[in-house]
Design a protein around this ligand. Structure first.
Ligand SMILES: [Zn+2]
Length: 249
């Protein structure tokens, strides 16, 4: 069966001596793995269309569930400028690791596809100076798009205002709701009002005008730490990409 679709290469890994398995986020089939026959033998156009982040038009042969073969792949946008920028590629790799870890394969999500494309365009054209904020916002927005964003809008049980985020509940909780059996000594993070406001804005604002949000370095640091704790709890491990040395200068 021949299928045509569009995809963004999330990653690719060797298979045997010369073949590749490529993981895509597709426009209409969600995350999909496909097989490429010896693309590394030559520096071909086909080979470069399988580079991570490439947005390509694809033809696949075989059933989607059983590793279809890529018979054609035409580059729409290579996003090579992101791959060539250390900070950008580390941050985008983190988004991709989050996506693959949190999202099961084969669940269509066209909104997510459009959203990731948007992020890649915004990161590629973003001004260097505002990148730290942009990277933070994209992490928050990605989590929101796939339904895993931490809830910071008041207590997650009663709605009362609260600045205490509980990673094992994925939400802020007020002191009244957190009392009860087993809750003594539950780890939490006290957030600043500023961080919560910025977080709400970064969820609500369209991604392409998010460069107008100018958070303080402290706010970026605070929310990055919060996302790290949140993701570590969700995945029961640290993100591999969180070990790369980047961060707020
Ligand atoms: Zn409460």
């Amino acid at each position: 069966m021949l299928t045509r679709t569009e995809g963004i290469v999330l990653n690719s890994r060797k298979y045997g001596d010369a073949d590749l398995i490529v993981t895509y986020l597709t426009s209409d089939k969600g995350i999909l793995n496909a097989f490429a026959k010896s693309p590394r033998k030559t520096k071909s156009r086909f080979g470069s269309s399988l580079e991570p982040l490439t947005h390509a038009r694809l033809s696949l042969w075989g059933k989607e569930q059983s590793l279809p073969r890529i018979t054609q792949s035409d580059i729409i946008e290579p996003f090579h400028r992101i791959r060539e920028n250390y900070h950008d590629i580390v941050h985008v790799s983190m988004l991709i690791e989050m996506l693959i870890a949190l999202l099961p394969a084969g669940i269509p999500n066209s909104r997510l596809f459009t959203f990731l494309l948007n992020i890649l365009h915004t990161v590629q054209t973003g001004e260097e100076g505002s990148k730290e904020a942009l990277h933070l916002i994209t992490r928050i927005r990605l989590l929101a798009t796939i339904g895993y964003a931490p809830r910071l809008k008041g207590c997650g049980r009663c709605g009362k205002e609260s600045l205490d985020f509980y990673p094992d509940s994925g939400t802020t909780l007020c002191s009244r709701c957190v009392t009860g059996p087993g809750s003594a000594g539950k780890p939490f993070m006290r957030l600043s009002n500023r961080a919560i406001h910025f977080y709400m804005h970064s969820i609500e604002w369209p991604i392409h005008i998010s460069n107008r949000l100018k958070p303080a370095t402290e706010t970026i640091r605070e929310l990055s730490a919060l996302l790290d704790r949140h993701l570590t709890f969700l995945l029961s491990r640290k993100l591999h990409t969180s070990k790369f040395p980047v961060g707020v200068k």
